[in-house]
Design a protein around this ligand. Structure first.
Ligand SMILES: Nc1nc2c(c(=O)[nH]1)N[C@H]1C(S)=C(S)[C@@H](COP(=O)(O)OP(=O)(O)OC[C@H]3O[C@@H](n4cnc5c(N)ncnc54)[C@H](O)[C@@H]3O)O[C@H]1N2
Ligand code: MOO
Length: 392
């Protein structure tokens, strides 16, 4: 059995960034990182564009102009303005080549076919130059840029529909257990509703991992082995829950040995989540999490999250850890370090009742885990404790 610190170190050491390319539709590329520089196919704006509702002018040394035409957004005609002539124009409309400034309408008196501007203006006032944001053929966004909503909008504004991004891992979630029934179906004696898959799927969605397949396997050695072989071949990351302890019907460990998976660690000195397995086969990482739902989620946040962030080549790979004042007393039994479900608020943290690893009710109320080292046995109110903040 290894320590929490050694287990975290081994996850970091054995996870390599997934430096693979994926082509994504722009609208589905939010949160991804650009794999290559993106070049702009067009000038943006693609024409000299009016920034105001007002009048496009061919400037002369006088404040009055004759009004000859109108151009609104989407029009594609080119009125020809002589010096001293103006056209009515609106925001977003193409500015005629022969106009050299726009006066906003609030500063113009209109007498029908004559207008008078309140003061003189400089050339190119209120005109967005052709290619002001980016010129055709120039780099629009550099490799390594994270695609925020603004970046997605910007690429779309250039007419780009697909982008090359760093691939996110293909993830398989495998739940094991004869007792598991899908929510919505009747529950017979001895059965429980399967909840680890929806819970972990949502934890992954929350971290913006979407390429997830769900698999269910009974407590059967051959079926477990065959399912694990398939998902290991087809995915970058496999997360199994249940069947990893020492019972006669726990077949995950035996199957992983039989499949020649490299065992990086099995069993961590911690509560919950003692029977945690981490291994590797070729380029696929495998976590076998304990079946108890709260243990599975705790291990997901403390260990699987690190592997996910490292696969994405991110700088920050662990959840934030801070110190806070305990609002609770807590007596820890045994010498295993413990991760406790808790509510953190403004430098204070409340350790909740009901820490059993089968209980999701407490986890559902938590926004943090308090980490109690093995050497500490009692927490008193006002003690300073270490808090891991969970993703919101
Ligand atoms: N003799 C020992 N028994 C156990 C030990 C031990 O050291 N010696 N460790 C205990 C600890 S700690 C844990 S945690 C569990 C882990 O066991 P498994 O990983 O083999 O998990 P299962 O036995 O399959 O399930 C445990 C528990 O969780 C429920 N479960 C499983 N999968 C799901 C799911 N997808 N959705 C909802 N609930 C699920 C399952 O019904 C069990 O109640 O082992 C202890 N035993
Ligand atoms: O790890 Mo088990 O999760 O302690 O119940």
């Amino acid at each position: 059995m290894i320590s929490v610190e050694d287990a975290i170190h081994l996850v970091k050491k054995n996870t390599k960034p997934l430096l693979k390319e994926a082509i994504k539709p722009v609208e589905k590329a939010g949160g991804y990182i650009l794999f290559k520089d993106v070049y702009s196919p067009i000038n943006m704006p693609p024409f000299r564009q009016s920034a105001m509702d007002g009048y496009a002018l061919n400037l002369h040394d006088n404040l009055s102009y004759s009004l000859i035409d109108e151009v609104k957004a989407g029009d594609n005609h080119q009125p020809i303005l002589k010096k001293g002539e103006a056209v009515r124009i609106f925001t977003g409309a193409p500015v005629p080549d022969t106009a050299n400034a726009i006066m906003m309408q609030e500063k113009v008196n209109n007498d029908g076919d004559k207008i008078t501007i309140e003061h003189s203006i400089n050339q190119e006032t209120n005109i967005r130059p052709l290619g002001e944001q980016v010129k055709a053929g120039d780099i629009a966004l550099k490799k390594g840029t994270k695609l925020t909503p603004a970046a997605i909008g910007y690429l779309t504004s250039l007419g780009i529909t697909t982008v090359s991004v760093f691939k996110k891992p293909l993830i398989a979630l495998v739940t094991t257990g004869n007792e598991l029934v899908k929510a919505g179906q009747p529950l017979n004696y001895g059965q429980i509703y399967e909840s680890n898959s929806t819970m972990l799927q949502n934890a992954l969605y929350n971290l913006k991992f979407y390429d997830i397949s769900l698999h269910k396997v009974e407590d059967d050695y051959e079926k477990t082995k065959s399912k694990l072989q398939t998902v290991i071949n087809e995915n970058d990351l496999v997360i199994v829950t249940g069947g990893i302890s020492v019972g006669d019907y726990d077949f995950v460990g035996k199957s992983l040995i039989e499949l020649n998976t490299e065992n990086i660690f099995y069993k961590v000195k911690q509560k919950p989540g003692k029977p945690l397995f981490f291994g590797k086969k070729d380029n696929t990482l495998i976590f076998a999490l304990p079946g108890n739902p709260a243990a599975a989620l705790s291990c997901f946040y403390v260990y699987v999250n690190i592997a996910l962030q490292k696969m994405m080549n991110r700088d920050v790979i662990e959840l934030p850890r801070i110190k806070a004042k305990s609002l609770s007393n807590f007596e820890k039994k045994g010498d295993r370090p413990q991760f406790l479900k808790a509510i953190y608020n403004a430098n204070n943290v409340e350790i909740l009742e009901g820490q059993n690893s089968s209980m999701l009710q407490t986890f559902a109320l938590s926004n943090a885990l308090v980490f109690i080292p093995g050497t500490v046995s009692n927490i008193s109110i006002n003690d300073n404790v270490e808090v891991i903040l969970l993703p919101s």
